[in-house]
Design a protein around this ligand. Sequence first.
Ligand SMILES: Nc1ncnc2c1ncn2[C@@H]1O[C@H](COP(=O)(O)OP(=O)(O)OP(=O)(O)O)[C@@H](O)[C@H]1O
Length: 241
Amino acid sequence: MLCLRDVTYEVNGRRIIERVNMRFKEDMTYSILGPNGAGKSTLAHILMGVVKPTEGKVLLDERDITQLGVTERAKLGITLLWQEPARYDGITVKEYLTLGGKIKADKNEIREVLDLVGLPYELYAHRFVDKSLSGGERKRIELASLLLLKPRYAILDEPDSGLDITAGELIEDVLEYFRKVGTTVILITHHEEIAAKTDFAYFVCAGGLLKKGFSREVVEYYKKTCGRCFLTGMMEDGDKG
Ligand SMILES: Nc1ncnc2c1ncn2[C@@H]1O[C@H](COP(=O)(O)OP(=O)(O)OP(=O)(O)O)[C@@H](O)[C@H]1O
């Protein structure tokens, strides 16, 4: 089980995350739902070790991993799909998916994950992961790489951003695949219809945890409270760009 225990994160004296507790159990799918600027990506980065909390701990199976960096956490099976997909000039999609051959996967497995993200093998396997691919295509390729990896934990930061109207279906297929292979999913989103697809949800706002529980209950609460919250309007105005 992966846990955040009493996690606080400050930048320049400003509290971005305030005493947050979260637990992610095996084989479950979770979402972290909240408006723009709520602190969702910061929580994803704390889970991945991109940034270290100012106070509190990150625990994996009761082991304190707070001070471990991204590479060490990746070795423990924690992975992150970044909000912005990266580019790798000179590397083909197939090489990228198999980490240059480090992941043993036959053509059928590569075909399966590319099909799942809506990119036909014949058209994409030998393309380069460079600027010739659109942002949405690169996002789909990054999703495919996590599917092939079958990590213990997959943190998906806004997996639907930059994708077209098929994103909802794609996220459903991704969640079903991860449930099948036993990956615990932590999905970051501000879309309630995406959050509703996971088993459990945490609703965060202004760096604090407001509600947790079954996704449908948390989503209902989010719909009732968030649109009317004066903080949401203020943060969205302040965080534009
Ligand atoms: N390094 C930093 N320096 C200053 N402020 C920061 C830093 N990192 C995050 N913040 C601020 O902390 C708040 C939370 O940011 P975060 O990116 O975690 O929000 P989010 O919920 O993921 O938002 P969005 O849905 O817009 O991506 C924001 O107000 C942001 O401007």
